[in-house]
Design a protein around this ligand. Sequence first.
Ligand code: ADP
Ligand code: MG
Length: 209
Amino acid sequence: MNSDTINHMASAIRNAILAHEADIEGLDREIGDGDHYINMKRGCEAITNISAELAALPAADALNKIGMKLLSTIGGASGPLFASFFMSMGKSLKTSEHTDTLAIALAFESGVHAIMQRGKAQAGEKTMLDVLIPVASAFKHLAEQGRSAKEIALGLKNVASEGLESTRNMLATKGRASGLGERAIGHLDAGAKSCQVMIHTVCDLVGNS
Ligand code: ADP
Ligand code: MG
């Protein structure tokens, strides 16, 4: 992975988030405060605006820079969480002794752990982590088995969709929806939806390359 690939992915993610405005905005309106789409859009635009700066950096430094930029641009609960993800991913990649795919899988896992620490949340609390935790463990497992990038991409799309769907019947115990009790049941989590969209986008790029 190099910073051109990262820029290419960031641009595809931005387009995918814009294309999913209605779902993402609608979900956060139902059980949150309705600003998640705006937060995601602001973050995506901030990253595509610094693509020239990112292109000049090694991949690990570009990921760290993305994290710092998100910290200063996205508001809400999700901003610092996504920021921790990218900063931790960059740190892990910088010191990795593994080859490309496994190094990326372990960096992804370390990013997800950083979100868990920052948000003091686990799986099963109706958040983005219900997509990210199962994707991280499947990614690591498939990479350790030596599967090809295309096979991994296909597998992770399914895991992300299942993770998103799993939030539907959960009670929310973190974030704004946690005040709703049983009323949150039957709704998907907005942050889980944007993570599923981003993971599908990256997997489609890898799968079609
Ligand atoms: P806010 O909740 O401040 O309005 P956003 O609407 O941008 O911020 O983000 C909401 C999303 O953030 C939720 O849908 C959920 O997925 C995620 N989230 C909220 N709190 C946490 C947490 N403690 N840990 C992990 N994810 C969280
Ligand atoms: Mg919100």
